[in-house]
Design a protein around this ligand. Structure first.
Ligand SMILES: Cc1cc2nc3c(=O)[nH]c(=O)nc-3n(C[C@H](O)[C@H](O)[C@H](O)COP(=O)(O)OP(=O)(O)OC[C@H]3O[C@@H](n4cnc5c(N)ncnc54)[C@H](O)[C@@H]3O)c2cc1C
Length: 380
């Protein structure tokens, strides 16, 4: 039973949870910080998983700081292997399987769920990848794998596909959407991304669904798709569109929707002393582009009694695909249209709102060189 009282309880030991703990400790050497980790609480870069998998790197080599190191360095109480099961806003306590912990302030840093499509749930052949333990499992399955099916054609899926193709494997990306990066992107830019990745050896099966995967031999599977095709493959990685984890907040009566836990400009999640950060939070438009570090710094200030709004620095997302230069800035959900232009070595696409203002862009090929100018145009 955990009984110590806590000034701040952080639920979730991913990038956002660790960043908040770090930023808070820097500002307040005395407050009690408890970090609840659903699994293990080490620090590692998710952005490195694709290249590491392709190179067969040992998961231990990805760890930047072990849970013990973090707990000692940040002087925090780190509870591992203890998913929070509910939050009681009246009693002000977080319940876990083995006890509960009271809080004055609680920070939800729950991240996103990378699932497996309905019909394939529970199929041991299909491996989602969203944490280091998933990586370890997949790495074992990938030993000797030559032909790999990747479900989903989002950013992480394109990154994994490119890295696997570069390592000499056959990577097949399958998605029911008609373009990579789905609805987010305009057609011409998406087509360019696809062509560049195909040139590097990635195969796309778009507008198709995976119906079943059956084992046919040790480490060999047969996949059946909605186009009545059969694919013999060695591994299946699921990177279907991630969804913010909102159930804990929803069950506590906090405002949520499918885009995340609703927060205000100071990351307050609809109840006094309850905050949400990172991928589980739906930020208001004014701070929609605040990165995890900016959110953590602002929240740490707020938790120290100096209410602060995160700085929303405009940054475009650059795909980590060495064979396909691609940068985009996702427009907010506003009425408007994509205007696309093919340039000699690439594609420039602008999202213009109904007042004629540039609100987002996608640049492919040599057009990415102009990204700074495009970002500057966004602020005008
Ligand atoms: C393979 C992959 C690659 C990615 N690469 C990039 C990239 O290059 N750049 C980028 O900007 N983004 C990338 N992302 C998106 C990435 O998830 C986020 O940028 C970042 O990890 C979000 O941090 P977070 O702390 O909000 O979520 P996470 O890092 O997912 O952390 C959430 C944590 O909360 C824990 N948790 C969940 N529920 C509970 C519970 N009930 N109790 C306790 N703990 C709980 C989870 O176990 C997890 O440790 C990638 C995502 C994936 C899947």
């Amino acid at each position: 039973m955990h009984s110590a009282n806590a000034d701040v309880v952080i639920i979730g030991a991913g990038s956002a949870g660790h960043a908040v703990a770090r930023a808070l400790r820097r500002r307040d050497p005395l407050c009690t910080i408890t970090l609840i980790a659903a699994h293990s609480g080490e620090v590692y870069p998710k952005s490195a998983l694709a290249a590491a998998l392709a190179a067969g790197r040992d998961p231990v080599r990805l760890v930047q700081a072990s849970a013990d190191m973090v707990a000692a360095r940040e002087d925090l109480h780190l509870i591992e292997q203890s998913p929070a099961r509910s939050i009681d806003l009246v009693q002000r306590a977080v319940d876990m399987e083995h006890g509960s912990i009271p809080f004055e302030r609680v920070v939800l840093a729950l991240g996103e769920e990378v699932g497996v499509p309905g019909a394939l749930r529970g199929n041991p052949a299909v491996c989602p990848i969203n944490r280091l333990a998933d990586y370890s499992r997949l790495k074992t399955k990938m030993a000797g794998a030559r032909r790999v099916l990747i479900l989903g054609a989002g950013t992480a899926a394109c990154e994994f596909a490119d890295e696997l193709a570069r390592s000499g494997r056959q990577a097949i990306v399958l998605d029911s959407a008609r373009h990579p990066l789905g609805e987010r992107l305009p057609v011409l830019a998406a087509r360019r991304l696809r062509t560049d990745l195909e040139r590097a050896g990635v195969q796309f099966r778009l507008g198709e669904r995976l119906l079943a995967v059956d084992p046919i031999a040790a480490g060999r599977y047969r996949a059946f798709t909605s186009c009545s095709d059969r694919l013999d493959i060695d591994a299946v990685i699921s990177l279907v569109e991630p969804r913010p984890r909102v159930s804990l907040a929803r069950d506590a009566g906090l405002p949520v929707d499918r885009r995340g836990i609703a927060v205000d400009g100071r990351l307050l999640a609809g109840a006094e002393g309850v905050f949400a950060v990172g991928a589980c939070a739906r930020l208001p438009v004014a701070i929609a582009h605040a990165g995890i570090e900016a959110q953590a710094h602002a929240l740490a200030e707020t938790l120290c009694g100096r209410p602060t709004q995160p700085e929303s620095r405009l940054e475009a997302y650059r795909l980590n695909t060495p064979d396909a230069e691609f940068v985009f800035f996702e427009p907010p959900p506003l009425a408007g249209e994509w205007q696309e232009r093919a340039t000699p070595g690439g594609v420039s696409s602008a999202f213009v709102d109904s007042d004629g203002r540039l609100r987002g862009f996608a640049l492919a090929g040599s057009a990415v060189d102009g990204r700074k100018a495009w970002l500057a145009r966004l602020t005008r």
